[in-house]
Design a protein around this ligand. Sequence first.
Ligand code: AMP
Length: 287
Amino acid sequence: MTEKKPEIIRDPQELQRRLTELRKQGKTIGLVPTMGALHYGHLSLVIAAKEESDISVVSIFVNPTQFAPNEDFDKYPRTLDDDVDLLSQIGVDFIFAPTPEKMYPRGFKSTVQVGGLSEVLEGSFRPTHFNGVTTVVLKLFNITGADFAYFGQKDYQQVAVVKKMVRDLNLPIEIISCPIIREEDGLALSSRNRYLSPTDRKNAIILSQSLQKAEKLIHSGERNAQTVRDEIRRMIETVPNAQIDYIAIVDPDSLIELENIAGNVVILLAVRIGSTRLIDNWIVRPK
Ligand code: AMP
């Protein structure tokens, strides 16, 4: 890997100026939006961005507007020095690490709302979440003028909502969805995994295990979505302190809940293990 100290920029206008200059020179720009506390899931997006664009930009911003008042904004891990070290090892060009005050100066009043897709699943449990996400993501797109933006399938609904925003608003950017990176035992990497106690960490593999079991059921011919959901629920309920927010089997584009499994589906889970809320998903292509 190339060791290259990224340039850390904290001011949106400064980054906008620098990247406008580079775009004028014909450089393409790849953006990876993150909230920091970086792990290999994030880095896989950064590697993709570096491969496909001349200039790579990683934003690190714990965006207050996508957290509800009862959520973990204050305790969300902030590890900027470690993040910079990791990104130096990969050789990113720019790290954009603004303060909330720079992103939302006094008097900030605008919101981007993607109807429909942002109201189901995560949206029904976290009603203000996606408005916060789409607003900050549009700001990041405008600040960077990126040609490509990289998101993880880990947040399947987020990618769907962002793609819809791009289509609806004719944004000149291509959204690239990258596969979920998992621990060896199947747990999807997440900045929130560090909240898990050792026992909860062990129990957390029930998410990916139940998704794999669901895939097996579908591959062996099960076409009734409720039967598959019931099996996932049964497995998750074997973990004493697991609390299910949702188990959904949906159409990959509309995210509409299905009764019969005819074509490709996405199975999405949100489960609290102890006090840590985890999400995971699996795309299943029936044989
Ligand atoms: P976050 O910092 O959690 O907002 O995540 C920033 C980006 O990294 C999002 O596009 C996530 O979907 C993506 N991401 C997080 N975890 C993973 C993972 N395990 N595999 C792939 N992408 C991920």
